[in-house]
Design a binder for this molecule. Structure first.
Ligand SMILES: Nc1ncnc2c1ncn2[C@@H]1O[C@H](COP(=O)(O)OP(=O)(O)O)[C@@H](O)[C@H]1O
Ligand SMILES: [Mg+2]
Length: 254
């Protein structure tokens, strides 16, 4: 088993009087897909937001590579190698796939032209095509606005973007929710490639067959707290469901 890369200990998050997290712990390891599952309202999205800088936990501890960290913004988390893919196909539809890959991190031309803000489109395109190939992302065309590609291709580009920039952790909050069966398989293949690069992939999913097929480990949240953990090969669907519904509790309240 690989080392724990990201370790969240006893996180709480209050939104006014709502306690979205009530002492949630969570761990992700390099080179593994960790599925984060739980019923609606369990706190999955809140946990991911706290671990990717979009929200700050009210209390608790986050360790990255064994060191105490605070993500005061998504930019801070990104700088530390943590990227997030959201379910809602978060791409710029009017830009082509290469431009989407480099969105916010554009390569500028060398010399004075670069200083004047000219982008090195050829270089970005070259690198983008290389990355898409490496990740097995096949696109109908790399020259058209991404809005004209299928949902699966768009989501594959969004996944590729996070992966290209992530050096440690990629969170994916329901990345396949909006996709058909074939497109979903494609995105799952990309996820496996990312894991094989040594990145810790955290997959939130409601789709239990998907979880069982791709996850190396599963952590279950219920009512803002982790209630159970499973290792891929000995995970059964009944156990996941039992943990999500509260019939099975491995970890008692602290
Ligand atoms: N911004 C917010 N303001 C108030 N309550 C919130 C907010 N975000 C989430 N919640 C509440 O926190 C709980 C956990 O929500 P969430 O993290 O979205 O769960 P999940 O992703 O597992 O469905 C829910 O009760 C939800 O209504
Ligand atoms: Mg959610």
């Amino acid at each position: 088993m690989s080392e724990i890369l990201l370790d969240a200990v006893d996180l709480t998050k209050h939104y006014g009087s709502v306690e979205a997290l009530r002492g949630a712990s969570f761990q992700a390891r390099a080179g593994e897909v960790t599925a984060l599952i739980g019923d609606n309202g369990a706190g999955k999205s809140t946990l991911v937001k706290c671990l990717s800088g979009a929200e700050q936990p009210t209390s608790g501890k986050i360790l990255l590579d064994g060191k105490d960290v605070r993500f005061d913004s998504p930019t801070t988390a990104r700088r530390m190698g943590i990227e997030t893919v959201y379910q809602d196909l978060a791409v710029a539809p009017e830009l082509d796939p290469a431009a989407n890959l480099f969105l916010g991190r554009e390569i500028h031309r060398k010399g004075i032209l670069g200083k004047l803000g000219m982008l090195d489109k050829a270089e970005m395109r070259r690198q983008a095509i290389e990355e898409f190939q490496r990740l097995g992302v096949t696109l109908q065309s790399t020259d058209v606005p991404i809005g004209s590609l299928s949902g699966g291709q768009r989501q594959s580009v969004a996944v590729a973007r996070s992966v290209v920039w992530a050096s440690k952790v990629v969170f994916m909050d329901e990345p396949t929710a909006a996709l058909g069966v074939v497109q979903r398989e494609r995105v799952l293949d990309v996820i496996k490639k990312v894991r094989d690069k040594g990145i810790a992939v955290v997959l939130i999913s409601h789709n239990m067959p998907e979880v069982l097929s791709v996850a190396d480990r599963v952590e279950v949240l219920r009512l803002g707290k982790r209630v159970a953990r499973f290792t891929g090969s000995d995970t059964k669907l009944e156990d996941l469901v039992a943990a999500m519904t509260g019939a099975l509790v491995q970890e008692e309240a602290a």
